[in-house]
Write a protein that binds this ligand. Sequence first.
Ligand code: ATP
Length: 241
Amino acid sequence: MLEVQGLVKEYKEYRAVNEVSFRINPGEIVGLIGPNGAGKTTAMRCMAGILRATSGRVLINGFEINEDQAKAKRGLAFVPEVPSLYELLTVYEHMRFIAMCFDTLPIFEAKHEELLTRYHLLDKRNDLVATLSKGMRQKLSVACALVHEANVFLLDEPLIGIDPAGAHELKQEIVRTKESGAAVLVSTHLLDTAEKLCDRVLIMARGRLLAEGSVEELREHYGMAGQSLEDVFLSLTNEVS
Ligand code: ATP
């Protein structure tokens, strides 16, 4: 379970994330959507423990990300917007290294062939990460997130740069991950995808959480029956820009 309580992140005097609170339960996919600069990546980096929040708390399975880092991170998989990979390892070595860091080599042994096949990386297994294309790097980043026993997934624009077959596979993977009981937060600008994939969405703008709920609940709440998530999003975010 992921719980975010009053999260604030300031860059000098600029408040990029402003009192954001929400919870994601096991078995839920939640979409994080918002215009450019809304604070989505900053919030996710705070949740992943990469940035230290100015204030607020982030609990991963009950463990606070900064106070109890090792325990919190054991349950966490973070796929950043721009994959940060070890360039001089091969694809195989990279996945194995991540599994070693999380002490989950048996999972790696059992799953890596299947993951490499599923993400069309099998013929690249002995190639250096530095030689991979953008989309392949993204796929490797996702595959690495699946070789440890995470049950909280933070995916920052995971579909950007992936080809249609890879994107289709990744969406199915996200659903499988949810069905296995994980809590998944996925940021995206693809509102059609968010509408189909997510159980709920969080709409952020200018650092604040503007709205939260299933698409059906948002339509009802804002009197926009029959309209798409895109319509609801544009109507809400236009008011604050
Ligand atoms: P996008 O959809 O464009 O990826 P986002 O919602 O992920 O946007 P962030 O990257 O979190 O937005 O940025 C939120 C705000 O914080 C922006 O105004 C951005 O310029 C600012 N910001 C981000 N990183 C820094 C930094 N390191 N120093 C100062 N300001 C920053």
